[in-house]
Design a protein around this ligand. Structure first.
Ligand SMILES: O=C(O)C(=O)C[C@H](O)[C@H](O)COP(=O)(O)O
Length: 211
């Protein structure tokens, strides 16, 4: 269960930068650039070996940044992410073993769904916020609108194929609290220490969603 305080923070943010970071030495600088340019948040995905250490360093440097672990596929990764200081867990799919583990241990989780059956499984377990993944490939905005018809109580965080060109259509749906996306800080830009581009992307994104 994601509490109202976190829902409000995610709604105010509107965009969750999805990060695949290869070197934990880059983590603090990356989040400094994002924060200074309007996006004090990061989803650090467990797609790289540097994820847990990156989360640990970001949490130590920025106690108030919204920090979550993404691509969490195993209970061991849940434990690693929480020990490192992640505020909550995001997974691409709906894995009942992981969701139940998080519920039993009081760990906030936003599991992935892309169809009605998975939403019903989520609701049955008391999950109130889900990730809609992969958003564009699963039907995009039209699919979200169709899903929130019968399941108006669920809140969604669409991710996957979201870009400046389509993000506003998602955010216009009342049940969409925020969108995730990797376009703001790409793995290549982080690797190249292209902080200027990441800063520009963050500023442009904030301008777009707050217009
Ligand atoms: O596996 C997860 O938990 C994820 O977080 C998947 C990512 O959110 C998407 O791969 C980002 O999608 P793009 O913005 O299209 O690059």
């Amino acid at each position: 269960m994601i509490n109202n305080e976190l829902i409000d923070k995610l709604s105010a943010l509107a965009i969750m930068p999805v990060i695949q970071i290869e070197n934990a030495d880059d983590a603090v600088k990356l989040v400094a650039v994002l924060s200074e340019n309007g996006l004090p948040a990061a989803e650090i995905t467990f797609r790289s070996a540097a994820a847990a250490e990156s989360i640990r360093r970001i949490r130590a440097a920025f106690p108030d940044v919204i920090l979550c672990a993404g691509t969490v596929l195993t209970i061991a990764q849940v434990d690693e992410a929480v020990a490192a200081g992640a505020d909550f867990i995001i997974s691409p799919g709906f894995n009942p073993t992981i969701v139940n583990y998080c519920i039993e241990n009081g760990i906030k989780i936003i599991p992935g769904i892309n169809n009605p059956s998975q939403i019903e499984q989520a609701l049955e377990l008391g999950i109130n916020v889900v990730k809609f993944f992969p958003a564009e490939a699963s039907g995009g905005v039209n699919m979200v609108k169709a899903l929130v018809g019968p399941y108006s109580q669920i809140k969604l965080m669409p991710t996957g194929g979201i870009k400046p060109s389509n993000v506003l259509e998602y955010l216009a749906i009342p049940q969409v609290i925020a969108c995730g996306g990797s376009w703001i800080a790409t793995t290549a830009a982080i690797r190249d220490h292209d902080w200027d581009t990441i800063a520009k992307n963050a500023v442009a994104t904030c301008k777009l969603v707050n217009a």
